[in-house]
Design a protein around this ligand. Structure first.
Ligand code: FES
Ligand SMILES: [Fe+2]
Length: 345
């Protein structure tokens, strides 16, 4: 189940250049490249002739030449050349997908092109904002994308999965608050006068207790930002503390695998390259702990023949609300879906 009328991260901006890159998103194959002018183009990666993979062909100027029989499509998806034939049938075109490059990532609209709306991008401006420094990556995860958003909306797992980095018992001992606003879910946990987790000690050298905030925001279809702050207990001063955003966008490849785009973007000690590398390494290690849990969970879910055996607890509230939003929007898309005409402009 996917929301189609939504933006999904297809790549980091620096991954896409003057070469053909294939990505699968919500079960659809895409071919991506930059034009000579530097714009990103995204087409269906399925040749209109015999459905060969265009991404295995060649980029010729701003056009893709299919590697099978040489038919060529420009960056709008329009066929410009058929070898040995002058007449081009009108149906010989491939679908073009709306695309936006913003905040270091390339976002593709998977639904009706007429509904593509930039205002539906999540507010991930901290990925690329003066005074903030982002580091991050992308992980391929063999798990359904909603297992990842569940994970990010219930941080009690940090206590058990991430005890070497960002987890400790303060998280499960502190009640969380949550609310739903339109298509967003907000979950927060404020931990007062609590021991710092190991990574916070490494980053800021805390010797005593801290006040710690986790302010989580879910934006459809699968975007989660976490405003994480830690200050010496009772001292609301960034100079002595730390603040970063964990910014996460999960792109479903299909129902059982995902691309996990992530950054940590911070607003302190920006010139400290060693600190940047250490944070990147530790967060990557932390997320790989999640991947291990989620991939095993995916296997156990898909081999379970029972319809809906999960039993929910209070900590699931945010994740359940997010799933309801996704289900409602995905069902609305399915009801409204008309055959999408290939766009040629
Ligand atoms: S399949 Fe692409 S040109 Fe024939
Ligand atoms: Fe985690």
């Amino acid at each position: 189940m996917f929301i189609k009328n939504a933006w999904y991260v297809a790549a980091w901006g620096n991954e896409i250049g003057r070469h053909l890159t294939q990505r699968w998103i919500t079960g659809e194959p895409l071919v991506m490249f930059r034009t000579e002018a530097g714009e990103v183009a995204v087409l269906e990666d399925r040749c209109a002739h015999r459905r060969a993979s265009l991404s295995k062909g060649n980029l010729v100027g701003d056009a893709v030449q299919c590697g099978y029989h040489g038919i060529t499509f420009d960056c709008s998806g329009k066929c410009t050349h058929i070898p040995g034939q002058d007449k081009i049938p009108p149906a010989m075109q491939v679908r073009r997908y709306p695309v936006i490059e913003k905040w270091k990532w390339i976002w593709v609209w998977m639904g009706d092109p007429d509904k593509a709306d930039e205002s539906l991008l999540p507010e991930f401006q901290y990925n690329d904002m003066p005074g903030w420094l982002a580091t991050g990556g992308c992980l391929k995860v063999d798990a359904n994308y909603q297992l990842l958003t569940d994970n990010l909306l219930d941080l009690t797992h940090e206590t058990y999965v991430h005890g070497k980095t960002i987890g400790n018992s303060a998280i499960v001992e502190t009640p969380m608050e949550y609310r739903v606003e339109g298509n967003e879910v907000h979950v927060q946990r404020i931990m007062r006068n609590t021991p710092p987790p190991p990574l916070f000690k490494k980053v800021r050298g805390f010797t005593g207790n801290i006040d710690r905030w986790q302010v989580i925001r879910f934006q459809m279809p699968a975007n989660v930002s976490i405003d994480a702050r830690g200050y010496p207990a009772g001292i609301d001063d960034l100079e002595q503390g730390m603040r970063w955003f964990s910014i996460n966008s999960i792109t479903p490849i299909d129902e059982r695998s995902s691309l996990y785009f992530w950054t940590i973007t911070r607003c302190f000690a920006l010139d400290d390259d060693n600190l940047t590398q250490m944070i990147n390494d530790q967060i990557l290690k932390t997320f790989l702990e999640d991947v291990e849990v989620l991939e095993a969970q995916q296997q156990l879910i898909e081999t379970d023949t029972r319809a809906n055996p999960d039993i929910s607890i209070r900590a699931d509230s945010g994740a359940i609300s997010a799933r309801r939003i996704v289900q409602r929007l995905a069902e609305a898309d399915a009801v409204q879906a008309q055959p999408v005409e290939a766009s040629v402009n």
